[in-house]
Design a protein around this ligand. Structure first.
Ligand code: C5P
Length: 206
């Protein structure tokens, strides 16, 4: 049986990962999770300072060809060797992660719906919609605590690329979603409805 592919997109700090984790908790081990962030292009051609200045919020920053190939593999029931991205180094690490194909595949990332070929592979497209002020507050906290950044670097990156690219690519891609989920994983009504819908689809397919 072909897995059910759920795409979860939305701006940085919107709550995509919380929603993903809540769905994983609901479906136990029957979910493969693929993070688009792990498919940022390898940039060994640049030094650290040059990599730190790149625009990571435009579709060209990602190796979408590899992600599409991996989604197709999972759809055929074949495991993938997923790249692992190192945010502190702004580059792909040498590690890979084996992800087995499960009946539910969740693919998560800011710019998934900006790419036709990725949209075409998602059976259900969810867009997590959260106000920009809430998102930037979360982003500052996360990038400083977990991604080795200073408050100043988060501020300058936000103003130079994150915000303009959100407005140019992420926000318009919301139109391609099947469902808009305000506040992501904290939205228990939406989560409950999604779990029922996914269960029904799995039962029908099974
Ligand atoms: O988890 P989240 O959806 O926020 O991850 C996407 C964000 O990661 C992008 O907005 C991008 O600016 C950021 N990023 C970064 N440094 C990198 C790669 C991505 O700050 N080297």
């Amino acid at each position: 049986m072909k897995p059910l592919v759920i795409g979860i997109a939305g701006g940085t700090g919107s709550g995509k990962t919380t929603l993903t984790r809540a769905l994983v908790a609901s479906f136990d081990e029957h979910v493969s999770v693929v993070y688009h962030d792990n498919y940022y292009k390898r940039r060994d051609d640049l030094n650290y300072d040059e990599r730190a200045l790149l625009n990571y919020d435009a579709p060209e920053a990602f190796d979408n060809e590899l992600l599409i190939q991996h989604l197709d593999q999972l759809a055929r029931g074949v495991s993938i060797e997923c790249p692992v991205y190192d945010y502190a180094d702004h580059n792909r690490s040498d590690e890979t992660l084996t992800i087995d194909s499960q009946p539910i595949v969740i693919v998560e990332g800011i710019l998934l719906f900006a790419e036709d070929e990725i949209c075409a592979r998602c059976d259900i497209k969810l867009f997590v919609d959260t106000d920009a002020d809430v998102r930037i507050l979360r982003r500052i906290k996360r990038d400083v605590l977990e991604r080795g950044r200073s408050v100043e670097s988060v501020e300058s990156q936000y103003l130079s690329t994150v915000k303009p690219m959100h407005e140019l690519y992420v926000e318009p891609s919301k139109r391609r979603a099947d469902l808009i989920v305000p506040e992501g994983g904290g939205n228990l009504v939406a989560l409950d409805m999604l779990v029922h819908r996914i269960n029904r689809q799995l039962e029908t397919a099974g």
